[in-house]
Write a protein that binds this ligand. Structure first.
Ligand code: ADP
Length: 491
């Protein structure tokens, strides 16, 4: 099968969060199984190309219709661990992807709408006929719309679309002029059964476009799939998802076990596995040294996260104070886009700066993230909502016990040491329900108590997590089943 992934991110070259890991991990597993995969990305000026080989131009001057003009781009191609990546590079003076970052620009709707059209134009002009277009999130919501409104008639007849929802908090609500810019007809599309936003009828909703036009839609965990159909976590799209329930499901993400494997991870000082778990102590030591923490008989509670409302920043702050007050050390690695949240964590960093048990690192640092997973004992994830969450799964691979709120993918992957209905050998962490300090403490008290009072049981929890198959093997098969199913469908 020829699968074209279209995405705003792919780790490690363009990663802002879990979407990057998803595209990298799933693509690699599909290639391992003998499928042909090409990943289409914008040619950002912030691409990290160290791991890319054979980068070269495959298309010099591709005119892409945009509003009443044509923006020309070139297309570059390179290999990333066996996966071919194609980069869409608009020619100057267009500076869509020369902004020093992936997201967060005022013209994000224009940038990604044009990208969607450029990908299809390139496929048509270069004679590509993917069996499957696998599109991710609102940035690529216009791909299935453009395919079935324009490009199918132009020749892309066999292609079918799988559309994956990674976070309903971002839907791409835009003015209808965006549709006109990429050659779509707003009078046809701005109706309730197509792209009109359910909350604001003046706007087009690009995520909704993807849901309506794709042949199959999924989200990244079964629990989140249920939550967004049946609770306010659907963020206004519940009725739409119910209408399209016949082509909607949840597929739990995997993690790439070549990247996140403590036995072979080149970014950690001491490799370890189930048979060599005591070596984890060397990483703990290295982590303390790197971050200036004192050497003490205390567990290390870690947080590795975007710092925003979705991730439960209030509870994070409470968890940090609670852990420090209960004989533990704390390490946080996080970035905040919201200035108020950034300011708040900067103040907390200042207030805890002299504490030899606490280090807050405010920034994005892939290498440090690996060292923290390798050295920490507990990982806190108090999310308000969580489509899948990768950090709890990575943590488990590294023998770190997660403490999580029971939402979305966290509920599908973390089973409480005391209260789960799963057999003991499957229990791997601590879970709480209430989005309150008391709710969080109910789990933290038990976790810290086990670490201090019953080290053998705590070790068993680590081992249970490490034994869980969190790889892409099972989910990749589920995606292949979806692809096979939609390939046989009429358009
Ligand atoms: P998100 O909602 O941000 O996508 P996920 O849990 O799905 O959350 O994925 C987060 C990914 O980003 C993980 O690979 C995690 O290790 C990484 N990550 C998050 N914050 C940072 C940071 N500040 N530095 C390095 N890696 C980070």
């Amino acid at each position: 099968m020829y699968i074209a992934m279209v995405s705003a991110e792919c780790a490690p070259i363009a990663k802002a969060g879990g979407l990057g890991d998803f595209v990298q991990g799933l693509s690699r597993e599909l290639v391992r199984r003998g499928e042909t995969v090409e990943v289409f990305l914008p040619n950002y000026d912030v691409l990290r190309l160290e791991s890319m080989t054979g980068l070269h131009e495959v298309y010099a001057d591709l005119p892409v219709p945009f509003h009443d003009q044509r923006l020309t781009c070139r297309v570059l191609s390179g290999e990333l661990a066996g996966v071919r990546c194609l980069f869409i590079d608009p020619r100057p003076p267009c500076d869509f992807f020369r902004r020093g970052r992936i997201y967060g620009e005022a013209d994000d709707p224009e940038r990604f709408a044009w990208f969607a059209r450029a990908v299809l134009e390139f496929m048509l002009r270069s004679g590509r006929q993917p069996d499957i277009l696998h599109c991710q999130d609102w940035h690529t919501g216009l791909v299935p719309v453009l395919l079935f409104e324009l490009y199918q008639a132009l020749g892309l007849r066999h292609t079918r679309v799988c559309f994956t929802l990674h976070n309903l908090g971002y839907q791409g609500q835009v003015g209808e002029h965006i549709l006109r810019q990429v050659g779509l007809d707003p009078s046809r599309l701005m109706v309730p059964e197509r792209l009109r936003d359910p909350q604001d009828s003046r706007l087009a909703n690009l995520l909704k476009g993807g849901i309506v036009y794709a042949n199959f839609v999924n989200t990244v965990s079964p629990r989140y799939a249920w939550e967004i159909q049946n609770t306010e976590q659907g963020m206004g799209l519940q009725p739409l998802l119910k209408i399209h329930a016949h082509k909607f499901g949840g597929v739990l993400n995997g993690i790439d076990d070549q990247v996140w494997n403590p036995e072979s991870d080149p970014l950690i000082p001491a490799n370890f596995g189930l048979e060599t778990l005591p070596r984890k102590a060397l990483n703990r030591q290295a982590l303390r040294q790197r971050l200036g923490l004192q050497d003490a008989d205390k567990p290390i509670l870690a947080i590795i996260s975007r710092l925003d409302d979705q991730k439960g920043v209030d509870l994070m702050t409470h968890g940090i104070h609670y852990a420090l007050a209960h004989d533990s050390q704390v390490v946080l690695l996080g970035t905040a886009l919201d200035p108020a949240i950034a300011e708040r964590f900067a103040r907390l960093k200042q207030a805890t700066g002299a504490n030899p048990d606490c280090h807050l690192e405010l920034g994005y640092d892939e290498t440090l993230a690996h060292l923290i997973y390798a050295g920490a004992d507990l990982l806190l994830i108090p999310s308000r909502y969580e489509p899948c969450g990768l950090t709890q799964m990575i943590a488990m691979n590294y023998g770190v016990v997660p403490i999580v709120r029971r939402v979305g993918g966290l509920a599908d992957t973390v089973f409480d040491a005391n209260y789960s209905d799963q057999p003991f050998e499957v229990r791997n962490g601590y879970v709480f329900d209430d989005m309150t300090d008391a709710g969080l403490e109910s789990a933290m008290t038990r976790a810290l108590g086990l670490w201090r009072g019953y080290p053998e049981y705590f070790r068993q929890l680590r081992v249970n997590g490490m034994r869980t198959d969190l790889s892409w093997r099972i989910p990749a098969q589920q995606y292949l089943d979806i692809y096979t199913h939609i390939r046989s469908q009429p358009a």
